[in-house]
Ligand binder design. Sequence first.
Ligand code: NAP
Length: 277
Amino acid sequence: MSKLDFKGKHVVITGGNSGLGLALATALAKDGARLTLMARNAAKLETAAADITAAHPGAVVQTQSLDVTDEAAAAKAMNAAAEAQGGIDALINNAGILREGYFQNLAAEDFRQVMEINYFGVLNATRAALPHLQKSKGRLINVASVAGLVGAFGYTPYCASKHALVGLTSCLRYELEPMGITVQLVCPAEFDSPMVDELDKSRTPENRAHVLTIPKSTMDGIVAGVMKGLTTDRYEIVPTGMARAAVKASRLAPGMLRRAGNKAIAKVYQGPAASSL
Ligand SMILES: NC(=O)c1ccc[n+]([C@@H]2O[C@H](COP(=O)([O-])OP(=O)(O)OC[C@H]3O[C@@H](n4cnc5c(N)ncnc54)[C@H](OP(=O)(O)O)[C@@H]3O)[C@@H](O)[C@H]2O)c1
């Protein structure tokens, strides 16, 4: 796909009925992209499509109900989307979930669920879209997180899944770019979204203190950063300046970042024993 131009391109977005997926879909519709939104909740998909077309009359927005953990359903949904819109130019693997808590208090099932959606879900959607992306010499865009590049208190399942996704994407880059497919990795720090509203109801104080050493961004700020990155061929897109500085520090001065994290955590430390009293 040519740089800086989504006009007329067909973009499939998983998790397109909420949060970042919906906000990116709206921005892409404004740029003239044709869209297929995929997620589990069909009613929310319809509302999302209606909101986008209300904001951008004439926008082409289709929806497909899909649970990305279902490999066969993912293949069916991608083929149907390609057939309906004459191929697929880009896939944005954005669907994801979060579990936060003290390692001792989390169940094995929490780890499995997060891995199933955040890692295997991306794998399923990517495999399903690959023949279409090969044909279009299109773009694969995986939404990971800063939590895929560094660790964070309370995020054992989430960080593990996003680190796995970062590893997968890094390998896919070697394998898919020779086929003419551009691969991009999006790593935002925390931003306002329904996922974070839910997290805020129960997160550990240590997680809040540690993660928010990078202040929470607005959705508009994240979308602007992601859109700017998407319209280039840059591989790693860290959408805000503070998050980019933290990622850079983790590579150049990991001890410094760790000491800052430890200090923030120590100020509020309770640990799992306090939460189970
Ligand atoms: N918010 C943040 O601070 C933050 C920071 C860094 C990275 N991220 C990443 O950004 C992405 C979007 O997050 P968000 O904050 O916008 O969250 P969100 O508003 O909760 O949206 C998550 C989306 O994923 C979909 N989804 C979840 N499980 C699915 C499944 N099994 N199959 C298909 N779709 C599924 C949901 O739709 P249904 O429930 O209808 O399926 C929803 O559309 C995630 O990958 C997240 O990890 C978020």
